[in-house]
Ligand binder design. Structure first.
Ligand SMILES: [Zn+2]
Length: 121
């Protein structure tokens, strides 16, 4: 069980990664929000506002990267088109595997995250 860091520390960690990948993709962000969301890891609005679930910092590193890259790529390509996945693939070549792994992580109310699947692979 992880100890939950302060919310300002969490936001700092998430923003650092968002800014890193935004620079990689030359994407411009309007606003970043970090929330206690119940059902999603992240989302992106057409205005360029990104929302992230604070729990993403507790995911294994590559999954955390993937969630951030996914939303950043929506700033360039709003739909889940072939072009969109091509952008994701540039930074996360094995994104298909990572998406599968991410499905093993469930957002729960009390716990930070819960892992249903095996973490060994
Ligand atoms: Zn998406």
């Amino acid at each position: 069980m992880h100890k939950k860091p302060s919310s300002s520390k969490i936001k700092e960690l998430i923003c650092a990664k968002v800014f890193y990948f935004a620079a990689v993709y030359s994407a411009s962000i309007n606003r970043i929000s970090v929330r206690d969301q119940k059902s999603r890891w992240g989302s992106c609005s057409k205005k360029g506002n990104l929302n992230f679930n604070f729990r993403i910092i507790f995911l294994p590193g590559l999954l955390f990267d993937y969630v951030v890259v996914h939303e950043i790529c929506h700033l360039k390509e709003f739909s889940h088109s072939r072009k969109f996945w091509g952008l994701v693939e540039k930074q996360i070549p094995d994104y298909k595997e990572i998406r599968k792994k991410l499905r093993n992580y469930k957002i729960t109310r009390s716990n930070i995250i819960e892992c249903r699947g095996s973490e060994s692979n």
